[in-house]
Design a protein around this ligand. Structure first.
Ligand code: ADP
Length: 572
């Protein structure tokens, strides 16, 4: 993992080097200061007479040292901030790009709240951690090593005394931080869970309200929240122990310097000034160790987050082993003995075969869960079949790129997706070079042009999903599909009620779109598919009846029953 982080960091080598140089120089200058203080003290407290000249010189040097160290120590974090934020930007970019290369399965099997939390909270944690590493950690380490070196130069004996105590401080701090890091990890996971619940509640609010599930959701929230509280408290408890304990150990090192230095001074080995300098080092020594242990918790938190970010970046993308493009000539489609299941222990589609001739309209009907959408998932390669073959114009869909396969279809689905943008951009979505004339033409064909004209800025009006009705949204996506003009179609009729006029528009535009194109229609209203060339009746992943309307009615089977039922529903 360190190597991977370095791969990102090394893109900003120059800035990183400068950060390092500034921190190093700033810390060394600050380390020289106690020695000068010692000399200044000696110049007035030495055995010789008070030397005011020397004192003035020392004070001047001290001022200069503190000033330059101050400037360098201010500048270094600014640089570190830049490096951390640039690196975070790059990692965020990779994670976001990855999101678009992941198969549909990934999103079906991972909670959306978790993914969102990786892209927001985890990347933020990681940036904070990186910043801590480049600021407190870096200067801390330099100061600790520098102090020991300076002490050793003045008196190896005192340096050794301090060195003996340091590991104790580190061991205690480490013991505590490893505990708190575990708690932080737990806390992070629970935050992800909470995000998932929040997302679920928000997206399903109307359902929750309808079924009066507010209390159930609230109970679930309370349970997760209680766990979060406990984990958070434990994490805080352990991390708050770090500072007092290390400070305690550092006070011991202060005493060690005082006693060992005092003994040396009494024996005339060192001067009073030197003892003052050493004590000053001992206090300087305490701060960075506290800081280092302080950021270790943050760093551990960041590492846990970084792991999650890298897991997302490393998730198996949709692999593309071929480069051939699908070129649709006729648009014949066939499923040959296709088998598929989402979960290998629950078989869904077994040995399914369908042959669809050029320009045919295939309607797929059947109860919910019969496998209608699954057929579309397989045809579009959102999921890959386990066995058998799916071909388009005799080309196996595994022998062409997914992009070219998906481009050959226009999909108008129930859950319409539009983004916050102008009407023009939303229609021209699949054809980036579309002109206004083409967009208007498509909108006219989709019977949505006159509605768009009534919007305040016409095609330039910025819209969001909430601004349009279900029917208007579907017409808009039909316009989008018409503009792309693909050789094949997949239509999923909206189940949500649209007004009769809009429904007529939709049916009419669907029919117009289907002319001259092989089309798959997932039908919810049987009245609209009477003219389909083939109607497939599905149940539990299998095709139980196949034929046109007249043939199926004659069979008096499942289709007959469904059709009869739909007529009674209408008359009711
Ligand atoms: P339909 O479109 O006819 O309502 P689907 O094709 O959506 O039916 O579903 C067929 C079966 O596969 C159902 O039992 C459904 O629960 C299951 N299923 C659908 N999508 C997934 C998925 N992404 N992961 C696991 N199982 C799924």
């Amino acid at each position: 993992m360190i190597k991977r982080v370095w791969n990102y960091l090394s893109r900003y080598k120059g800035m990183l080097f400068l950060t390092f140089a500034c921190s190093l120089l700033g810390s060394i200058l600050a380390l020289i200061a106690p020695r000068i203080i010692g000399k200044a003290i000696d110049s007035v407290a030495g055995e010789q007479r008070i030397n005011l000249d020397a004192l003035g010189k020392h004070i001047g040097t001290l001022l200069l040292l503190y000033l330059s160290s101050f400037i360098l120590n201010r500048y270094a974090p600014l640089l570190a901030n830049k490096v951390a934020n640039f690196t975070a930007r790059d990692i965020r970019k990779d994670a976001f790009e990855k999101l678009h290369n992941l198969p549909v399965k990934y999103f079906d099997t991972h909670k959306h709240g978790d993914i969102i939390s990786i892209l927001s909270v985890d990347i933020e944690n990681m940036t904070e951690g990186l910043l801590g590493l480049l600021t407190q950690m870096l200067t801390g380490i330099i100061t600790v090593i520098g102090t020991l070196v300076f002490l050793a130069i003045m008196s190896p004996f005192v340096a050794f005394a301090v060195l003996l105590i340091t590991p104790l401080s580190i061991i205690i701090a480490k013991f505590i931080t490893s505990r708190s890091s575990e708690m932080f990890k737990q806390q992070q996971n629970i935050i992800g869970e909470l995000g998932g619940l929040a997302e679920e509640s928000i997206s399903g609010m109307s359902v929750i309200k309808t079924y009066l599930l507010e209390d159930t959701q609230y109970e679930r929230f309370k349970e997760i929240n209680a766990r979060l509280y406990k984990a958070g408290q434990k994490a805080q408890f352990y991390s708050s122990l770090v500072n007092p304990t290390t400070r305690f150990v550092n006070h011991i090192s202060y005493i060690a310097v005082g006693v060992s230095g005092g003994w040396l001074a009494i024996n005339g080995v060192i001067s009073v000034g030197q003892i003052a300098a050493m004590l000053s080092y001992a206090t300087q020594f305490a701060k960075p160790i506290n800081e280092i242990t302080g950021v270790t918790t943050q760093m551990q938190n960041a590492i846990a987050s970084l792991r999650r970010v890298f897991t997302l970046i490393d998730a198996e993308p949709e692999k593309e082993d071929v480069s051939n493009m699908l070129e649709v000539k006729d648009g014949t489609v066939s499923f040959e003995k296709v088998s598929f299941s989402y979960d290998s222990s629950v078989p869904l589609i077994k040995d399914l075969s369908i042959d669809v001739s050029k320009n045919n309209v295939i309607a797929i009907v059947g109860p919910t869960g019969a496998g209608k959408s699954t057929l579309v998932n397989l045809l579009m390669r959102f999921y890959d079949i386990d066995d058998g073959r799916i071909t388009i114009d005799d080309t196996d869909i595994f022998d062409v790129t997914r992009d070219s396969l998906r481009k050959s279809f226009a999909m108008v689905m129930q859950d319409v997706w539009i983004f916050k943008g102008t009407v023009f951009d939303n229609i021209a979505f699949g054809k980036s070079d579309a002109t206004m004339e083409e967009v208007v033409e498509a909108a006219k064909n989709a019977h949505i042009h006159s509605f768009i004209e009534t919007l305040p800025k016409g095609y330039d009006t910025v819209i969001t999903q909430e601004d349009l009705s279900v029917g208007q949204l579907q017409l808009l996506t039909i316009a989008r599909a018409m503009l792309v003009n693909p050789p094949m179609l997949i239509l999923d009729e909206a189940t949500s009620s649209v007004d009769t006029r809009t429904e007529q528009y939709i049916t009419r535009t669907f029919n117009r779109m289907m002319q001259g194109r092989t089309s798959f229609v997932i039908a919810h209203r049987l009245s609209t598919i009477k003219d389909a060339d083939i109607i497939l009746v599905m149940k539990d992943g299998s095709i139980v009846e196949k034929g046109n309307h007249v043939e199926l009615m004659k069979m008096k089977g499942m289709y007959y029953d469904l059709y009869k039922k739909s007529l009674t529903n209408i008359s009711n």
